[in-house]
Design a protein around this ligand. Structure first.
Ligand SMILES: NC(=O)c1ccc[n+]([C@@H]2O[C@H](COP(=O)([O-])OP(=O)(O)OC[C@H]3O[C@@H](n4cnc5c(N)ncnc54)[C@H](OP(=O)(O)O)[C@@H]3O)[C@@H](O)[C@H]2O)c1
Length: 371
């Protein structure tokens, strides 16, 4: 019976002495109740946000294996920022997919079916999940195809919803060769939304052009800022979503938007244009300070953008529409790529941990805890 089952689950613990300890521990599995499924997890991506919880404030240069645990030192001055998790083993893995092995009395017909899931604790052999937090996959789908159908797809769709809701008509996107960025390229192409993609290498420019992206700029190119102004002029973009966070990129986008707006000013104003510009920071690929050189007037705003508050604000009808589209296009618009599939225990390998921490294009790992 499911009530007697145990399964391994990955935990990340930060101690008050300044040690990060990642372990695989047996946890009891409760019988699924009404409206619940017990799923054997067969695929879960290692997303950038998972890495934040997995390794937290650790000094990655000190990563080492001690017995069954992956260990790293946490500099003591970084502990206050994670005070809320000290001494509490954290389960990791935002989303995943697998096969239903047990179900509440009302959901027995789903046993044997594959589902995508959201809600945390996916780096585990089994996950009990509410039906509402799952997506029933077609009979012929592989678990790997359902592993990443929540976080990035809903976020990419959320950007377009946010653009429309806030009265903008085109988007600037950074770190645009990411899995999420590639989804956004396909969405915007299908929906006729002009999109300016910012990447940081010629290889990434080629990747996005192959997907059919029209405006792709390489931030490492010497005339990047001038190209950015022209791409914004061509698209009319007044909203930007920035996954980098640290450094100057966000401020340079706002400056380029203002440079375009200033072209249609009838007379000079020392306060800048009235054209409202919005920058949303939604990632921390660069954890350094955000540097904003405010030479773009006063008609601008900068804020954070996070998926779950957005979903709450968007409401049930919008979320249902987004989920239906994700399911209909899971093999095309919302497909993700991975560098390799690894087992749960491989996450405790210092080499794998360091490689995943790079967050490079096409370098994401997929974990299959059923291995
Ligand atoms: N706020 C939210 O609710 C939310 C939801 C979903 C995702 N996200 C964020 O979305 C971003 C993309 O996620 P993903 O899963 O699609 O990522 P991914 O597939 O792992 O790709 C990461 C991309 O970021 C680039 N990158 C890494 N460090 C960079 C830096 N310092 N400056 C510029 N580019 C850098 C990489 O390019 P290189 O090859 O050049 O390194 C790569 O193209 C992440 O930041 C994630 O945290 C946020």
């Amino acid at each position: 019976m499911a009530a007697e089952r145990h399964g391994l689950e990955l935990h990340s613990l930060v101690t008050e002495e300044g040690t990060l300890r990642i372990t695989l521990d047996p946890v009891p599995l409760a019988e699924p109740g009404p409206g619940e499924l017990l799923v054997r997890v067969e695929a879960a991506p290692v997303n950038p946000s998972d890495l934040g919880l997995l390794f937290g404030p650790a000094d990655m240069a000190t990563l080492r294996r001690e017995g069954d645990a992956l260990i790293a030192d946490v500099p003591l001055d970084r502990l206050p920022a994670v005070a809320g998790r000290i001494g509490k083993p954290m389960a990791v893995g935002n989303e995943g997919a697998g096969t239903v092995v047990a179900a509440g009395p009302d959901l027995q017909h789903l046993i044997g079916r594959k589902v995508g899931m959201i809600g945390g604790s996916m780096y585990a052999q089994y996950r009990r999940v509410a039906l509402a937090d799952s997506l029933l996959l077609p009979e012929d789908a592989a678990a790997a195809e359902g592993a990443s159908l929540f976080v990035n797809p809903l976020t990419a769709l959320g950007f377009v919803e946010t653009m429309r809701a806030e009265g903008h008509s085109a988007i600037v996107h950074t770190a645009a060769a990411s899995n999420l960025g590639q989804m956004l390229v396909r969405i915007c192409k299908a929906d006729g939304v002009p999109l300016v993609n910012i990447v940081r290498s010629p290889a990434q420019v080629a990747l996005l052009r192959d997907l059919g992206a029209e405006h792709v700029l390489d931030s490492s190119s010497p005339d990047f800022d001038a190209q950015l102004v022209e791409a914004i002029a061509a698209t009319g973009a007044t909203i930007a979503f920035d996954a980098i966070g640290g450094g100057t990129q966000g401020g340079r986008i706002l400056a380029a938007m203002e440079a375009v707006a200033a072209r249609s000013l009838k007379s000079y104003s020392r306060y800048g244009s009235d054209s409202f510009k919005q920058l949303y920071i939604y990632g921390m690929l660069d954890v350094g300070p955000t540097v904003i050189d405010r030479h773009f007037g006063f008609a601008w705003s900068m804020g954070g953008w996070l998926l779950f508050p957005f979903l709450r604000k968007a409401g049930a009808e919008t979320v249902a529409r987004m989920r239906a589209r994700i399911l209909a296009e899971f093999r095309t618009t919302f497909a993700s790529t991975y560098t390799a599939t690894i087992g749960l225990a491989d996450l405790l390998d210092p080499e794998v941990a360091l490689a995943s921490q790079r967050k490079g294009t096409g370098e994401k790992y997929l974990v299959d805890p059923s291995r």
